[in-house]
Design a protein around this ligand. Structure first.
Ligand SMILES: [Zn+2]
Length: 422
């Protein structure tokens, strides 16, 4: 039975304010009369599912379902061709349907405080997606495909269980806000972001270091220089790791030192980087590593992008371009995948800047950091070189520029040793 008042409301309005109505399901009146409706507010109802007829709402641009009882979204959601804003926060969703990726106009997707443990793997098909808010879910890893959401500007992942971010995330061409507070991050990307980003990573207690270039980038706005940072972050650099979790990563053990603090620290390297050596060791890059570097450098048509880390140091990273892999089928798929993903980082020597895939010479350097409260603590940073030669040359390079050099990284670097390697 149609309610005539409600039918009239649907007929005469394009925006329906139906918050707090106690709806257990979407009213039939909407199905019969709602083809023209553009926005529906259904916050704080008790909907536990959406109907299969959802697709009749072909004009719908905004759908607000905050605070219902939804456990899943129907696959028919793909029929909401005009949808621009979808808010499904405060529900009980454990996943988002793959079909959601067919919403080509979807620009804002808010799914805060659900039970999501994964994201649709074809999420890059959401070509209009600018805002993605997923705080308060159960995400442990993010799909690499997220790094191809070219329109993404605002990504909030607070209060999940993330261990790391995909290294490619630094290439998102429009990302200006990334919030990853309250996760279990053990490292951050070893390259700076290609955009001017506001990065919030408070309360990741196992995050024990910052890669030096990224640290310079995110502190440079606060008037920091390379030997004194003002890092507005709390709840990090705190805890020794429980080792069993990170079996695939190389872990550096940094013994206590008067230079920074008196507790030993464990630094987890990005998982791709499984040949990590101290300056002065006799190990050289493998032929495989050399091949990856050479092929990547000569084939990959990327745009160099200069990021100024200090008054002197220009760090070149790359804006990723589409590359026609079909034309290079000579590569075994594993190598093609490595090349497609790109390097973990690049050599810190300004005159080299070679891509680094699996082998690096690593310096661990404490940097003085003034916190917001005015407290001075040392933060461990990591500097990567492509070879022993570059590490050595950088030492000389720094010394020869002694008067101009902003930071004497080599003089303040600290000892470390392996804990674990593949
Ligand atoms: Zn180098």
């Amino acid at each position: 039975m149609m309610d005539p008042d409600m039918a009239r409301e649907v007929q005469t309005k394009v925006i329906l304010h139906w918050n707090y109505r106690g709806f257990k399901e979407l009213p039939e009146e909407l199905r019969i009369e709602g083809e023209h409706v553009k926005e529906v507010y259904l916050k704080w109802n008790v909907l536990d599912k959406l109907p299969q007829w959802l697709g009749v709402l072909r004009s719908l641009t905004n759908l607000y379902l905050y605070g219902n009882m939804l456990e899943s979204l129907p696959k028919e959601i793909e029929e909401l061709h005009s949808l621009v804003i979808l808010d499904v926060s405060e529900n009980h969703l454990s996943s988002l349907p793959e079909n959601i990726c067919k919403l080509h106009y979807l620009s804002v997707l808010i799914a805060t405080n659900n039970k999501l443990s994964s994201l649709p793997k074809d999420i890059q098909k959401l070509t209009s997606l600018q805002t993605l808010h997923l705080a308060g879910n159960s995400l442990q890893i993010l799909p690499e495909s997220l790094c191809q959401c070219q329109s993404l500007e605002d990504l909030c992942l607070d209060r999940n269980n993330l261990l790391c971010l995909p290294s490619q995330i630094v290439y998102l061409p429009r990302l200006n806000s990334l919030s990853v507070s309250g996760n279990q991050l053990i490292y951050l990307p070893a390259l700076p972001f290609t955009t001017e980003i506001h990065l919030n990573f408070n309360e990741n207690p196992c995050l024990n270091y910052l890669p030096f270039p990224l640290g310079c980038q995110i502190t440079s706005r606060n008037g920091s220089n390379a030997d004194h940072w003002y890092l507005n972050c709390f709840g990090c650099f705190l805890r020794s790791l429980s080792d069993s979790t990170y079996l695939k990563n190389t872990i550096l053990h940094v013994p206590p030192s008067s230079m920074w603090q008196n507790e030993a620290m464990q630094l987890v390297m990005p998982y791709e980087l499984n040949h990590v050596y101290m300056p002065g060791s006799a190990q050289v890059p493998s032929l495989y590593e050399m091949t990856l570097r050479t092929v990547y450098t000569s084939l990959y048509h990327h745009i160099p992008q200069n990021i100024k880390l200090t008054r002197k140091h220009i760090f070149t990273t790359f804006r990723k371009l589409k590359f026609e892999w079909e034309r290079y089928q000579i590569f075994p798929s594993s190598i093609a995948e490595q090349l497609r993903r790109g390097p973990v980082t690049i050599c810190f020597h300004p005159n080299c800047q070679a891509p680094i895939f699996k082998y690096a010479v690593v310096w661990v350097v404490p940097v003085n950091n003034l916190t917001r409260s005015g407290q001075e603590i040392s933060v461990l940073t990591v500097v990567y070189f492509c070879s022993q030669n570059c590490s050595l040359l950088y030492e000389k390079y720094e010394l020869s520029n002694l008067n101009e050099s902003e930071v004497l990284l080599s003089q303040s670097r600290t000892e470390w040793k392996y804990v674990q390697t593949l």
